[in-house]
Design a protein around this ligand. Structure first.
Ligand SMILES: Cc1ncc(COP(=O)(O)O)c(C=O)c1O
Length: 393
């Protein structure tokens, strides 16, 4: 299926680095488009010219607009959005603020991301919380029927990763949301790899909290991310960390907490990055997330089909619905060697290893695998060049 509605020529013209590198590492950190780069550089320039606080004051309307842009990106309200420096801390601010206690159960999926699982294990170790991993269906996605069967009165959180970083799966996040809502259980969605790659709508997803990063498929600057928390839940969550931005010291022995999602932020942050993140959200919406997703599906399908035709190469992606993250192994060369050999040719990939996803790659007994993640500014000729480079290995 070809995606005719995406303005590929514009996407490539505004991503000058495509002339120098073949960048299939968008699941790691994408190439920033010019408008995002300019938003960051422009602010850094003003900081150099007039000082950080003064440049901040000038940027206040644009900084406020960032909340509106991120809200529009995920169909939320601006007061439900917090700027956080990365997806992990965004997720942490939600997770560690939940009042989980001994005997409470968390349900997650096998494809869960390492940092999230480490946090569950820490809650299990220190608070007696119980972690239960929902089995996968035959295609590797969370088995939603099994999820529903595992629910009882002790389940206090459902938390999954939408698009895992270690393979091509898209988890059925909306179906999970329907079950979470039906049973009135808070639902935390890690959308780190889906934001900017797929249309996201927190109402349709049915999630109460959603964490995302700037630098991956959203094409924002490094050191940026955000958290969405549903308004009805915001006031119920007292963040584990508070500062004079998230709270106000109103009398000697009292403080009040910000009424909106800013309670999950802290005062000092990467202001140029905030502007870049807002610009990245606007930029993606300018192309349209449906058009981006369609182009990515097309490229990823071409890449998987081409890899499968190369003798010895094994594609490891699972899932009925697949993302633009393509993973594979070679019969003789390890993943790191392949990554380095490609890098020497200006071709950018990454690797995924079992310690990033022990319930997934670990249980499948896979060694580190190569991860190639194209995005909508890539084209078919780059896929062909990439396949040629793999054949030549
Ligand atoms: C699924 C998933 N969640 C969370 C993260 C963490 O994101 P960040 O590095 O922005 O904290 C990653 C990063 O690779 C990821 O792939």
């Amino acid at each position: 299926m070809k995606s005719d509605s995406l303005d590929l020529a514009r996407a490539r013209a505004e991503t000058p680095a495509v002339r120098n590198v073949l960048h299939f590492n968008n699941a790691g950190s994408a190439l920033m488009p010019d408008p995002v780069h300019q938003a960051v550089l422009g602010h850094l320039q003003r900081e150099a010219e007039i000082g950080g606080y003064e440049a901040h004051d000038e940027a206040i309307p644009r900084l406020e607009a960032m909340y509106a842009s991120l809200a529009r990106l995920v169909n939320a309200a601006p007061d439900e959005i917090a700027f956080v420096e990365n997806a992990t801390r965004a997720w942490d601010m939600a997770f560690y603020s939940l009042p989980l206690k001994a005997g409470d159960r968390i349900l997650t999926a096998e494809a869960e991301y390492a940092s999230n699982v480490i946090a569950y294990l820490q809650a299990a170790k220190h608070r007696g919380v119980i972690l239960d991993v929902v089995p996968s269906d035959p295609e590797g996605a969370i088995d939603v029927a099994a999820l529903e069967r595992m629910i009882d009165a002790n389940v206090k959180l459902i938390a999954i990763t939408h698009v895992p970083s270690q393979g091509g799966l898209i988890n059925p996040a909306e179906e999970v949301g329907r079950i979470a809502r039906k049973h009135g259980i808070p639902y935390l969605l890690d959308a780190c790899q889906s934001v900017g790659q797929l249309p996201l709508d927190v109402e349709a997803l049915g999630c109460d909290m959603l964490s995302a990063t700037g630098r991956k498929f959203l094409r924002g600057p490094r050191g940026t991310g955000f958290l969405y928390v549903r308004r009805a839940l915001v006031e119920k969550l007292e963040p584990v960390f508070l500062d004079l931005h998230a709270a106000t010291w109103i009398s000697e022995r009292e403080y009040t907490i910000a009424p909106d999602a800013k309670r999950f932020e802290n005062w000092e942050s990467f202001v140029a990055g905030r502007l870049g993140l807002g610009a990245a959200a606007d930029y993606a919406m300018g192309f349209g997330l449906e058009a981006i997703a369609a182009h990515n599906r097309h490229l990823a399908a071409q890449l998987r089909a081409g890899l499968e035709d190369i003798p010895g190469i094994k594609v490891h992606d699972r899932g009925r619905e697949k993302s633009a993250i393509v993973t594979f192994g070679h019969p003789h060369l390890d993943a790191e060697t392949i990554k380095q050999r490609l890098r020497a040719q200006g071709i950018h990939t990454s690797t995924s290893s079992p310690d990033y996803a022990r319930f997934d790659l670990g249980r499948r007994k896979l060694p580190p695998i190569v991860r190639a993640s194209p995005h909508y500014y890539n084209d078919e000729s780059e896929i062909e060049r990439f396949l040629g480079a793999i054949r030549a290995l």
